[in-house]
Structure formats: structure tokens, C-alpha cells
Design a protein around this ligand. Structure first.
Ligand code: PLP
Length: 363
């Protein structure tokens, strides 16, 4: 069996020990004689899994009893609509920063339900920086940011000052990459398929006072109230992804949060240092807001045809060397290495060695 180093932006690499554990428990989950996929979500063993995952999340992320923790479906993309539907309900206006293609989608959805005030945009420079905030509205129902921009590789290492306006964060690709104070947010949400587990489950963390804003007549499945009241089991949850998420959380607990953060900083430094000293490639993002998780890089070559040829060759040869999914997002071009929590340091070292070798051979 050969495992590659997988730099995919999501679904993405999972810890190998998690995959082994899931494999070992596949036919008989802890003496139940069945796999988690075959198990009633109303059974005691499954309750242990879903509530166990919630308890681990609360412990690892430091989520207090002031918050609900939900496991939802529909991806982070459904949250783009559910958030304004449930919470943009007082003055029907919200502030957003436009920092990439994912927040652009969140804005599009909110605009169907009320007034979106874009209080900062980095679109003028392909989103390669995070914008200053101007004209924030103290009467906005909330302020939305994309904490880590998966496509463009920027990250809010410092949160914007939003005063008393509730802050909502899309943390799909940034969750557990570095310390983050949940208490600074009214709502956090994340698709699991980057740092938490397989695709299918979406995490939402909602401060309890926000619940008062939810209109009474929403479609059942689109109301957070439904999911809070049923503890994420109004209907059948995504049983297996939640189980794997629990295994990932156990792995994080075992590794230690601080060790994980240290390792993330080390991996990112290895890659950014390599790019900063490369004559062939560069990372276009403003240094202070570089993402720890998603690292786009482009050829320095300015002739587009030649640059595209370098990109193609790099991506193909890297894949042949066992370093896969390095093509950049279609909107940014170039390359991107996603180095989520489960990417071992050795994977980043292998990529750096490959880049240096490629540059030497193709200079
Ligand atoms: C930051 C961010 N938000 C939202 C999404 C959309 O998530 P989903 O595919 O789960 O709807 C993604 C997916 O890559 C993302 O990276």
C-alpha cells in the first residue's frame, strides 16, 4: 500500500491513525456486532458517539455552556443562507468583509434576505490581503467574516474590532489551526471536510442569546431552533462523518492542542520560507495575514503561457512523486498546498525538497 501526501483543500488528508481505527471498527463497533453506518442514530452506542463528539469539541475549543453545538447538513454553503434567515431578522442588515470567493457566496445569499453592507473588500488585488474596515454599522444585525480564506490563503490572525455587533465567522478551513477565542463570536460554523473529518457534517456553534432572533415560521429544517431542540437529531444525522469527526477530535486531544498549533506554525514556516527564497515561485499574500492552512503559490514568470506551462509541469511531476492535489483553485490559478492539521511535517518537508529540486532542474 502506498499513501501519498495529499495537499487537497477539502475533502482532505485525515490522520492515518484515525483511518486505522475506523477500519478496525468497521465491522464491529465496540462489540455491537455492526458498523457505525448500520446503527440506529437513536441507539445508546450512537448517542455515545454524537454526544461524545460534542463533549470533545467543547473541551478542545473551549466552548462554554453559553453556546449550542450543532451537527448539521448542507455544508457551509447552507449556512450562508441559514445565518441571515435566522439572525438577520432585527434590522435586516448585516456587515460583511469580502475577502474571497467563499465570503462572496455568503454575501450573495444574505443579499436575498436583506441589506448587505460590504465594509471592506480585497477584491481589487485578487483577495491577496485582508481589507481595512470602513463604515461598519453599529445597528447591523451581525458582522460576518471568513476567518480563513481557503482559496486565496489569507487568515484573520487578529479579529476585527466589531464593538457590540455580534461577530459571525466561517471557520471551515481555519478551525483548530491556531488558538481562537470562541467567546469573541456569536456564531461560528465550519464544513468538516478540512480540519475535522469527512465531508457531510457541518458544525455550528451558536451563542444562546442569538436564538431569540429566530422567526417562528421558518421551514423546519432551516431553523436552528429545530436542531437545538432535537440536539442535532431532528432527522437522521450524518452518522458516519460524525463518528470519524469524533475520532479526529480524540486524535487532537491525544496530540495536544498546543502541540498541534506548534506543528502548524512549523509547517507553514517551512513552506513560506521556501517560497520567499525561491527564484521560481512566490506566495502573493501579504505576510501578516498568510494562512497557516492554505498556501497558494505562483510562478514568478510573467509571461502567462510560460507560467501556465511551469504550473502544469510542477503539478504533474509532483503528483508522480506522490505529492498530490497541488493545482491552485480555478479562480487563482497557479498552485496551492493545503497543509491541514493532519498533514505531517514530513509531507511539507517532502514538498519543500521537491520544489527545490524542481527549481534546480528547471531554472
Ligand atoms: C471557507 C469556506 N467556506 C465555505 C465552504 C463551502 O463549504 P461546503 O462545500 O461544505 O458547502 C468552503 C469549502 O471549501 C470553504 O473553504
Amino acid at each position: 500500500m502506498t499513501r501519498v501526501y495529499n495537499f487537497s483543500a477539502g475533502p482532505s488528508v485525515l490522520p492515518e491513525s484515525v483511518l486505522h481505527k475506523a477500519a478496525a471498527e468497521m465491522l464491529d463497533y465496540q462489540g455491537t456486532g455492526m458498523s457505525v453506518m448500520e446503527m440506529s442514530h437513536r441507539s445508546k452506542p450512537y448517542e455515545g458517539i454524537i454526544y461524545g463528539a460534542e463533549a470533545l469539541l467543547r473541551e478542545i475549543l473551549g466552548i462554554s455552556d453559553d453556546y449550542h453545538v450543532l451537527f448539521l447538513q448542507g455544508g457551509a454553503s447552507l449556512q450562508f443562507y441559514m445565518l441571515p434567515l435566522n439572525f438577520m431578522t432585527l434590522n435586516k442588515k448585516a456587515d460583511f468583509t469580502l475577502t474571497g470567493n467563499w465570503p462572496a457566496r455568503a454575501i450573495e445569499q444574505a443579499q436575498t434576505l436583506g441589506t448587505v453592507n460590504i465594509v471592506g473588500s480585497s477584491k481589487d488585488k485578487n483577495y491577496w490581503y485582508l481589507p481595512e474596515i470602513k463604515g461598519a454599522d453599529k445597528d447591523a444585525d451581525y458582522f460576518h467574516i471568513c476567518y480563513n480564506n481557503t482559496t486565496e490563503g489569507t487568515q484573520y490572525h487578529q479579529l476585527p474590532d466589531v464593538g457590540d455587533v455580534p461577530l459571525i465567522g466561517d471557520i471551515s478551513s481555519g478551525i483548530l489551526s491556531e488558538p481562537l477565542d470562541v467567546n469573541k463570536f456569536a456564531v461560528l460554523y465550519a464544513g468538516a471536510q478540512k480540519n475535522l473529518g469527512p465531508a457531510g457534517v457541518t458544525l455550528a456553534i451558536i451563542r444562546k442569546d442569538m436564538m431569540e432572533r429566530i422567526p417562528a415560521n421558518l421551514p423546519t429544517m432551516l431553523s436552528y431552533r429545530t436542531h437545538v431542540e432535537a440536539r442535532s437529531m431532528y432527522n437522521t444525522p450524518t452518522c458516519y462523518p460524525i463518528y470519524v469527526m469524533k475520532l479526529v477530535l480524540e486524535w487532537i486531544k491525544e496530540t495536544g492542542r498546543e502541540n498541534l498549533f506548534k506543528r502548524n506554525a512549523e509547517k507553514a514556516a517551512l513552506l513560506y520560507d521556501c517560497l520567499d527564497s525561491s527564484a521560481m515561485f512566490y506566495n502573493p499574500v501579504e505576510k501578516s495575514v498568510r494562512s497557516l492552512m492554505n498556501v497558494p503559490f505562483l510562478p514568478r514568470e510573467t509571461d502567462k503561457t510560460k507560467a501556465d506551462a511551469i504550473t502544469d509541469k510542477f503539478v504533474k511531476e509532483a503528483a508522480a512523486a506522490g505529492l498530490v492535489s497541488l493545482a491552485g483553485h480555478r479562480t487563482t490559478g497557479g498552485m496551492r498546498a493545503s497543509i491541514y492539521n493532519a498533514m505531517p511535517v514530513e509531507g511539507v518537508k517532502a514538498l519543500v525538497a521537491f520544489m527545490k529540486d524542481f527549481e534546480a532542474k528547471n531554472a
